[in-house]
Design a protein around this ligand. Structure first.
Ligand code: C2E
Ligand code: MG
Ligand code: MG
Length: 711
């Protein structure tokens, strides 16, 4: 058979060069056929080698030579198969001996049986050899380098292994659907999350089937399956990957994220967010509620108010509430009692609300705010306000004690008193402020004029703040006379504010403001020092200085008293501190302790404005004062029989207890005579002397001394 004669460097025979014009002979045909065969062999992508019955090579192609790195010169037709094997061993490409390789092949050659096997070369390449017997005896072998293919397969396998491992170890559940919407992957975790078996979720099922199955198994509560499927498909279509929560029948919540895959289909991952949801809910509750009372807090009320205003079609009433006397209870009975009271108040307020949409919130401290929706006219708001005042006025009974508080309310109405939350809350506060100042335990509706009052008050606060550093304050002194001897025994320091813009402001107009802003502490300290310095030049007089409760509670008060005495050189026994009943009403231990401490230094304590407060006598027992100053309203009314009786009683009481009694506001001889006749110790008032400059007191003392000498 004139087949290929492999030439140097190539196993491809040279094509014949005969012309085409000659008549075609059988030989020609054969030759052509041969050439076509050779060309086909040469152009095939695999290696090929053909052997005759004597195991001699008939033909091989370049690919074959290349795969085994054989020497083309050796690979001539006619070479025996075993010699090829030997050659391959010689050049070091075979990984086994020629005999071993031959032994592997021999049975196939002998049996004339088709077979396929792999041979690994010494360089690691894997060659797939397909052995085909020929009818004429001999065989054809096709060689293919499958190293790459094998590596890819191995890689793929490894990838699969990793994917499986990842799937199995995921904390999330996972379902994967193919482009046809069939379930193709599900991991162990999703079965755990659903509490189902593999058989419950067979691969190949569609989303609808899966949902139906889960509902049937009681994993999902009944759901609108058609809607779910449509929604999911629509989302996937637009490539949305939004996570959606899904509530399971047992109350757990799964967060499901679906992502479309590039080749169609999608992956859904499932997270059990039950715990974090609970925590989250708890956090939002905490963020929106007051921990003590459980009522909504300021931020939540704001949210609800903004919302209510947004879709308000009817009026709304905003109530600003503030407990009366809460601070005293908190201070005297302690914080646990205060907390208990606040909780009880919160509960009562909640019960006062009639409409479900009404909200009561705690704004902090003893402040509350109510939104009353669905109210038709002011009467509705008024009814609620009355109900609240009455309810809170009822005593609060703890196991061991009874507490009494009151509540004041300010009411602003939408839309009349404001259209936004800020304005409404501010105006309700303004009305509350008015209610407080008018006597507490009552309610007031907002009126625009109130706003002006508040504005004026703010302006006053601002002016007052700068008045001290600008030296706008001054002290006047009012003489106090001993009725028996007719001599001036003391002087009371009275503060004056000379404002460049406001003129002289009376203390009644700025002291309360200074008390509220805390300015009274430095201001009072200044007055104390200034009064002591003035008194140093009147060795015979006692100096009386008014002290506010705020000062006494401020902590550093005894120190500032001692410092004023030391600075001026005035002995403690000449200093008299005037306190009001409210100081003693504030039953906190610190105030009493401070007073005792001061008294221990030899300083006298006077109870000012006696008779204007509450149950005055009780307080006398709590703290033994040195002096009582009967309020000038009693002296003014002394012509009245009952008032005269009260004054007489107080004078008698003072004598009995060894307390000096001073009558304030003595303006007439008649009043003076009455006091003298009834044994009142001291008198103070315009009749004796108006509040004057320190120098005038000096002059007064001199003239008196002169008078007593000459008279
Ligand atoms: P107060 O301590 O009761 O002072 C007596 C007030 O009665 C003074 O009013 C005085 O001017 C006034 N007054 C005296 N005699 C008569 C009179 O015959 N008739 C009438 N109608 N009034 C008379 P003022 O100076 O306006 O002080 C008012 C209140 O301001 C004082 O009442 C006192 O509570 C407070 N205050 C004054 N200075 C100070 C101070 O330095 N510190 C503190 N915390 N409070 C002060
Ligand atoms: Mg006074
Ligand atoms: Mg007074």
């Amino acid at each position: 058979m004139p087949v290929a004669d492999a030439k140097d460097g190539s196993a491809v025979p040279e094509p014949g060069a005969e012309g085409m014009d000659r008549p075609r002979s059988i030989e020609d045909e054969l030759r052509e056929q041969n050439e076509r065969f050779s060309a086909a062999v040469e152009n095939m992508s695999h290696g090929l080698c053909m052997f005759d019955a004597d195991e001699r090579m008939i033909i091989c192609n370049v690919n074959y030579i290349n795969i085994f790195c054989l020497d083309p010169k050796v690979m001539r037709p006619g070479i025996r198969f075993l010699d090829i094997l030997r050659h391959s061993v010689d050049i070091g490409i075979a990984s086994q001996s020629a005999e071993e390789l031959y032994a592997i092949r021999k049975p196939y050659i002998d049996q004339a049986k088709a077979s396929t096997y792999e041979e690994t070369l010494s360089d690691g390449r894997i060659i797939n050899i397909s052995h085909r017997p020929l009818a004429s005896g001999g065989w054809v072998s096709i060689y293919e380098d499958i190293t790459e293919q094998r590596r890819a397969e191995r890689d793929l396998k490894e990838q699969h292994r990793r994917f499986d491992a990842a799937l199995a170890n995921m904390s999330q559940g996972l379902l994967m659907y193919d482009a046809d919407g069939r379930l193709i992957v599900r991991n162990q975790r999703i079965l755990e999350l659903y509490g189902v078996s593999e058989a419950d979720l067979p691969l190949g099922m569609g989303l609808r089937e899966l949902l139906e199955r889960l509902v049937r198994l009681g994993v999902y509560p009944p759901i609108d399956i058609d809607g779910e499927v449509l929604k999911t498909e629509a989302r996937l279509q637009v490539g949305q990957t939004r996570s959606t929560p899904r509530q399971l029948a047992d109350g757990r919540t799964l967060m499901i994220a679906r992502r479309p895959m590039s080749g169609g289909g999608w992956v859904a991952t499932f997270d059990d967010v039950t715990e974090s949801r609970l925590v989250e809910e708890r956090m939002t509750h905490l963020a929106h509620h007051d921990t003590l009372t459980g009522l909504p807090n300021r931020s939540m009320l704001r949210e609800r108010l903004d919302q209510a205003l947004e879709d308000a079609t009817s009026p709304l009433a905003i109530f600003s509430l503030d407990l009366d006397r809460f601070k005293a209870i908190n201070d005297t009975m302690g914080h646990p009692a205060g907390d208990w009271l606040l909780k009880s108040v919160a509960e009562r307020l909640r019960r006062c609300l009639r409409d479900e949409t009404d909200i009561v919130a705690r704004f902090g401290g003893d402040e509350f705010v109510i939104i009353q929706s669905n109210f038709k006219d002011l009467v509705d708001a008024e009814k609620l306000a009355k109900r609240i005042v009455e309810t809170i006025a009822q005593p609060f009974r703890d196991k061991s004690r009874e507490m009494h508080v009151g509540i004041s309310l300010g009411i602003a109405v939408f839309p009349n008193d404001g259209r936004d939350a800020d304005t409404l809350l501010k105006n309700a506060d303004t009305a509350l402020y008015r209610a407080k100042s008018e006597g507490r335990n009552l309610y007031r509706f907002f009126e625009p004029a109130m706003d002006a009052t508040v504005q004026a008050r703010r302006a006053l606060e601002v002016d007052l703040e700068t008045a001290l550093p600008r030296h706008e304050f001054d002290l006047d002194f009012q003489p106090i006379m001993n009725i028996g001897s007719g001599g001036i025994v003391g002087a009371e320091a009275l503060m004056r504010w000379h404002s460049p813009t406001r003129g002289t402001v009376a203390p009644d107009n700025f002291i309360p403001v200074a008390e509220e802003t805390g300015l009274i502490v430095p201001l009072g300290e200044w007055a104390l020092r200034k009064a002591c310095v003035a008194a140093a030049s009147w060795p015979s007089l006692r100096i009386a200085v008014n002290v506010s409760a705020v000062q006494l509670k401020s902590g550093g008060f005894p120190r500032s008293v001692i410092s004023a005495l030391a600075f001026s050189g005035v002995p403690a026994s000449r200093l008299e501190l005037e306190i009001t009943e409210t100081v003693l009403m504030d039953e906190s231990e610190t105030v009493l302790k401070t007073l005792r401490q001061l008294r221990g230094l030899g300083i006298r304590i006077a109870l000012d404005d006696f008779g204007t407060g509450y149950s005055s006598l009780g307080y006398l027992r709590r703290f033994p004062v040195d002096k009582i100053k009967i309020d000038r309203s009693f002296i003014r009314d002394i012509g009245n029989r009952d008032t005269a009786a009260i004054v007489r009683t107080v004078i008698g009481l003072g004598a009995e207890l060894g307390i000096t009694v001073t009558a304030e506001g003595v303006e007439t001889e008649m009043q003076f005579d009455f006091l003298r006749a009834n044994g009142c110790v001291e008198a103070q008032g315009y009749l004796i002397g108006v509040p004057s400059k320190a120098a005038d007191i000096q002059r007064l003392l001199k003239s008196r001394a002169l008078h007593s000498q000459t008279g």
